[in-house]
Design a protein around this ligand. Structure first.
Ligand SMILES: NC(=O)c1ccc[n+]([C@@H]2O[C@H](COP(=O)([O-])OP(=O)(O)OC[C@H]3O[C@@H](n4cnc5c(N)ncnc54)[C@H](OP(=O)(O)O)[C@@H]3O)[C@@H](O)[C@H]2O)c1
Ligand SMILES: *[C@@H]1O[C@H](CO)[C@@H](O)[C@H](O)[C@H]1NC(C)=O
Ligand SMILES: *[C@@H]1O[C@H](CO)[C@@H](O)[C@H](O)[C@H]1NC(C)=O
Length: 321
């Protein structure tokens, strides 16, 4: 059979090219915070670890949307510098620092107490503070420090603020996890250093798995309250996160840094979960670095594991079940 003559017409080639360009252009256009109209006037948000990297960019975006923006940082100096920078860049005077060391349950309780006494509402909580590259060690409270910083502190913080968030509903809890959760294991003995995960930088991987399990169980418990909980992967982002690794690892990270996301780009999936219209009402999910709904690892979807981790975390933090 012979092809009809018009198929070989140059117009088809041009049309195919245009269609290809259109597909490419839409594929490349990820969700863009600057195109999201959400305004947060009259709302209050907390971003932990807001003095650098992803957290600072997230706080900057939320402040630009006119939220009362609380930076929860462990260093007064670094926190004040970030608050001044965000106030100057956004013109929002309502950017405040409150001290929080997420590795210390005492500090988490003091911070939460202050928030509950002094804030009228809480609409968005971003659990972003995190670190990696430190040797396995216990805090004065007997908790393994990376697990305490990245997981158990945020677990307690979120629970202590839940009633305020329920009273402010609709409200969102956003927890920054990582693609590296897939190499993690969620043995609750890790939390107190009674066991340590094996492998290369396995502690970090496991804390990020716990962030997802926590989010899943939390979402279950929050059903019907108007408070949602989601976690996300920011991607591979050029920030200070590598500061406590060996010089060799830092050198490697420095070499790839021009090819990975900037902190602004790395903040996008977190901002998406915190303010986008698309995520309103969605809970218990994990979002990829391109803001798409993503299936986390099998362990991260294990409801039994999530419940066990939750119960042990309640016990360790002294929260009554
Ligand atoms: N960068 C990446 O490629 C990547 C990939 C996946 C996930 N993430 C996640 O993204 C989040 C933000 O990391 P980042 O890349 O933006 O790194 P970053 O620039 O090092 O920022 C981490 C923030 O957490 C704070 N923090 C650390 N320990 C704390 C504690 N005990 N109490 C309170 N705040 C504490 C840090 O404060 P100080 O200045 O006081 O240290 C800093 O503000 C982390 O949860 C990380 O796991 C990052
Ligand atoms: C943890 O993450 C690192 C870096 O992505 C990876 O090389 C390692 O194999 C992971 N898992 C374990 C168990 O160490
Ligand atoms: C991690 O690195 C930072 C910056 O180099 C340093 O100030 C800090 O003391 C280190 N933390 C630990 C526990 O070694």
């Amino acid at each position: 059979m012979e092809l009809p003559g018009f198929c070989s017409h140059p117009l088809w080639f041009v049309l195919a090219l245009l269609l290809g360009m259109l597909l490419w252009a839409t594929r490349r256009r990820a969700w863009d915070p600057r195109r999201c109209p959400t305004d947060l006037t009259g709302k209050t948000v907390i971003v932990t670890g807001a003095n650098s990297g992803i957290g600072k960019c997230v706080a900057m975006d939320l402040a630009r949307r006119n939220a009362r923006t609380i930076l929860a940082c462990r260093s007064r100096e670094r926190g004040q510098a970030a608050a001044a920078e965000i106030r100057a860049a956004t013109g929002n005077p309502n950017v405040v620092l409150r001290l929080l060391d997420s590795s210390s349950l005492a500090s988490v309780r003091a911070f939460a107490g202050e928030v509950l006494r002094e804030e009228k509402r809480l609409d968005v909580l971003v659990n972003n503070a995190g670190l990696t590259g430190l040797p396995f060690a216990l805090t004065p409270e007997g908790l393994e420090r990376t697990f305490a910083t990245n997981y158990l502190g945020p677990f307690l913080l979120t629970n202590l603020l839940l009633d305020l968030m329920k009273a402010s509903a609709p409200a969102r809890i956003v927890t920054v996890s990582s693609f590296r959760h897939s190499a993690g294991t969620a043995d609750t003995r890790f939390l107190t250093g009674r066991a340590r995960p094996g492998g290369f930088d396995p502690v970090y991987n496991s804390t990020k798995l716990m962030n997802i399990l926590f989010t899943a169980e939390l979402a279950q418990r929050l059903q019907g309250t108007g408070v949602t909980a989601n976690s996300l992967n920011p991607g591979v982002v050029s920030t200070g996160i590598m500061r406590n690794f060996s010089w060799a690892m830092r050198g490697l990270f420095f070499l790839i840094s021009p090819f990975i996301k900037s902190a602004e780009q790395g903040a996008v999936s977190t901002i998406y979960c915190a303010v986008s219209e698309e995520v309103s009402g969605i809970s218990g999910k994990y979002f990829g670095s391109d803001c798409s709904l993503t299936l986390p690892s099998a362990a991260a979807r294990d409801a039994g594991l999530a419940r066990k981790l939750w119960e042990e975390s309640e016990r360790l933090t002294g929260l009554s079940p």
